[in-house]
Write a protein that binds this ligand. Structure first.
Ligand SMILES: Cc1cc2nc3c(=O)[nH]c(=O)nc-3n(C[C@H](O)[C@H](O)[C@H](O)COP(=O)(O)O)c2cc1C
Length: 248
């Protein structure tokens, strides 16, 4: 999560997670300026000048790997040409590249980015990003971090179908407006329609029970706020449950 998930944060959790996610990093000047505005409102953001950024990301990936997890790098950008070299660097050192189609901060959505990328009218932007990335022939998989209920699930499925061949996985924040539990119906429909993709289910997972429910419609689950509040005691137990399930 912004300002908190860097390599140093991740390596505190050695052997606990299959994947750790760092970022979101701004790969171009448009998203960096937006992030500076967000930071003025008091939110922690990663603010690195673009020339320094590649060195920073390389370091954060190397530190994050000390957690013995794969490192996924969450990124946002408007101008693919500005972002290209950093994407190549992430491919060299990281394990997964995650395009942020999730952010709802006005400074980012004003640019047509974050969750705006999920809309039909911005599908061509998402497609251009993904085509550009595909042409780089990356070694590592490309995931989209998406937010449920920004648009209807049918609309989302329709739009994602148009870019289907350009991504490998979906990291789904099952955001359920006004509720403190995830929208599993939304996730179920995504699962049914994207059977060949890796799906990471996310939102409000705080216990074994929550994790097991999410796994009905996902291959993995992810946790954010529960790590911040140090509610992690159940996670080793959950990992054992998954390992036993896989052996059977
Ligand atoms: C302060 C804060 C910052 C976040 N920043 C990001 C971000 O930069 N990129 C992203 O994809 N998700 C971001 N998220 C979303 C989380 O990764 C996660 O999807 C969300 O908190 C729901 O999961 P949880 O219920 O386990 O916390 C952020 C969440 C919070 C609370």
């Amino acid at each position: 999560m912004a300002g908190i998930t860097n390599g140093d944060f991740c390596k505190k959790y050695r052997d606990l997670f299959g994947i750790v996610t760092i970022g979101a990093y701004n790969l171009d000047n448009a998203t960096l300026s937006a992030s500076r505005e967000i930071a003025k409102r008091g939110r922690r953001e990663f603010l690195y000048d673009i020339p320094k950024l590649r060195k920073v990301i390389k370091r954060e990936i190397i530190e994050g790997k000390k957690s013995n997890s794969l490192v996924s790098v969450n990124i946002r950008f408007k101008d693919f040409n500005e972002a290209e070299d950093t994407i190549k660097l992430i491919d060299k050192y990281g394990d997964i590249i995650e395009i942020n189609c999730h952010c709802r901060q006005g400074e980012i959505t004003k640019l047509g980015l974050g969750q705006e990328l999920l809309k039909k009218e911005n599908n061509h932007i998402l497609k251009d990003f993904l085509k550009g990335i595909t042409e780089l022939n990356l070694r590592i998989p490309v995931f989209l971090k998406i937010r449920a209920n920004f648009i209807s699930v049918d609309e989302l499925i329709y739009n994602l179908n148009k870019v289907r061949k350009y991504f490998d996985g979906l990291h789904v924040d099952c955001f359920n407006p006004g509720k403190d539990y995830p929208d599993l119906n939304y996730l179920e429909k995504i699962r049914e329609n994207f059977k060949e993709k890796i799906i990471v289910g996310n939102n409000s997972i705080k216990s074994m029970e929550d994790g097991k429910n999410m796994l009905k419609y996902s291959d993995m689950v992810s946790v954010a706020r529960c790590v911040l509040s140090n509610n992690i005691q159940w996670i080793s137990e959950f990992n054992k449950y998954i390992q036993n399930r896989e052996i059977k």
